[in-house]
Design a protein around this ligand. Structure first.
Ligand code: HEC
Length: 107
């Protein structure tokens, strides 16, 4: 292959690959206000403001966002059983980031 064509091909491949790489590594910024709007679907089990006084349901208030996201990913993957898998299935990465941002501000 001529050198110029090869250089072009390399450049094109890099361009094509870049968005995929960025999408995978970038964590969406959490918006606590939007998280607050989504929160009512969680607080039924996790208690008002995410402070649970029922041992079956862990408190999620004040949880560190990265840990929150990690646990949510686990629940999505089925670690907490079917119920929680179904419950978390409809949440996008953005929803989870927003919820994480919201509950992190609770105490
Ligand atoms: C039907 C009741 C129920 C609802 C609704 C619910 N959860 Fe949970 N959640 C649980 C239970 C039970 C666990 C513990 C699961 C386990 O340890 O396997 C849990 C665990 C978690 C954890 C991990 C906590 C930790 O300390 O490890 C997070 C984070 C979480 N839920 C967030 C949410 C969010 C966000 C919502 C709303 C979108 C939500 N939950 C809605 C019952 C619920």
């Amino acid at each position: 292959m001529p050198k110029v064509a090869q250089a072009w091909l390399t450049a094109l491949l890099m361009l094509a690959a870049a968005p995929a790489v960025m999408a995978e590594s970038a964590t969406p910024m959490g918006d606590p206000e939007r998280g607050a709007e989504l929160a009512p679907r969680c607080t039924g089990c996790h208690g008002p403001e995410g402070r649970s006084n029922i041992t079956r349901y862990p408190s999620i208030a004040g949880m560190e966002p990265s840990l929150f996201r990690e646990r949510m990913a686990g629940l999505k993957a089925g670690e907490g059983g079917h119920l929680l898998k179904n419950m978390t299935r409809g949440l996008s990465e953005q929803d989870i980031a927003d919820l994480a941002a919201h509950f992190a501000t609770r105490e």
